[in-house]
Ligand binder design. Structure first.
Ligand SMILES: [Mg+2]
Length: 267
């Protein structure tokens, strides 16, 4: 009996799970290959809306993972699916190429410049944001545009410290307008739901390194989860947190090992 037995699909967070900064985690590519050989469907889920699935798959392949773009589900892709499902046709975007391409791919018209109206404003991570863009987003929301966010991560952990995340940009608009956004990325359900729509439903297992996004999101859906200690969460924090994963393990290699004792007090 191995931990991954009986779970399908397996939904992997990226940073802290498959790699850490520029370094691949020990045994990561070999573990995922073995899981594939055993028939598990895999999905790679990320709150980062800036990169396209093709770019994410390329980055994973450079690290040694056999990832296909069809297995990559970004918050941009899930946001575009949500926007299309709501029947919105015209979107003003605060965000980068990943979200613009995803919206266009879903048949949504992406508005540029200073449009008078939009069906929705979609906010993601944008490293070239300007006051003019945020002002326009606020005006459109006041005129009735729905507010959709790819994710609400307050910060992006960069090598030199924390950078403002999509949630920080979103806060400019919610602070100004008082609007309540619909948020797609982890820990909110739409990204997880988009992943199982894409690779297939079953008995999903979420593998992540962050309690408040990966694990809280799985818990909210009633799905089992694995917290890996190869990322941002240390053992003390894992034990103290009020968010309880189903399993706590060293790293992804544990998916091929006998399951550890389940955490007590979980859902
Ligand atoms: Mg992570």
């Amino acid at each position: 009996m191995r931990l991954a037995d009986g779970y399908d699909p397996l939904l992997f967070d990226l940073d802290g799970v498959l790699f850490r900064g520029p370094e691949v985690v020990p045994g990561g590519p070999e573990t995922l290959e073995a899981l594939r050989r055993d028939g598990h469907r895999l999905a790679f889920i990320t709150n980062n809306s800036a990169r396209t699935p093709e770019a994410v798959a390329r980055m994973l392949r450079e690290l040694g993972y056999a990832a296909d773009p069809s297995e990559v589900v970004t918050s941009a892709l899930a946001a575009a699916e949500l926007v299309a499902a709501r029947g919105y046709h015209r979107a003003f975007v605060v965000g980068e190429e990943g979200i613009r391409r995803a919206l266009a791919g879903a048949g949504i018209e992406v508005l540029d410049g200073e449009p008078e109206r939009a069906d929705c404003v979609v906010v993601g991570w944008d490293r070239e944001v300007t006051y003019a863009k945020l002002r326009r987003a606020c005006l459109l929301v006041q005129r009735g545009a729905a507010l959709v966010a790819t994710n609400d991560d307050r910060a992006y952990p960069a090598p030199d410290g924390l950078w403002p995340g999509a949630g920080a940009l979103l806060a400019v608009i919610t602070t100004t307008t008082g609007a309540v956004p619909e948020v797609v990325g982890k820990p909110h359900p739409p990204l997880f739901e988009a992943a199982v729509r894409r690779v297939g439903d079953g008995r999903p297992l979420v593998v992540g390194d962050r309690l408040e996004t990966d694990i809280a999101g799985a818990n909210a859906l009633g799905w089992d989860s694995v917290l890996v200690l190869s990322g941002v969460t240390d053992p003390d924090r894992a034990a103290a947190g009020d968010v309880r994963p189903t399993y706590v393990v060293r790293d992804v290699r544990a998916l091929l090992e006998p399951p550890p004792v389940r955490r007590t007090g979980q859902k």
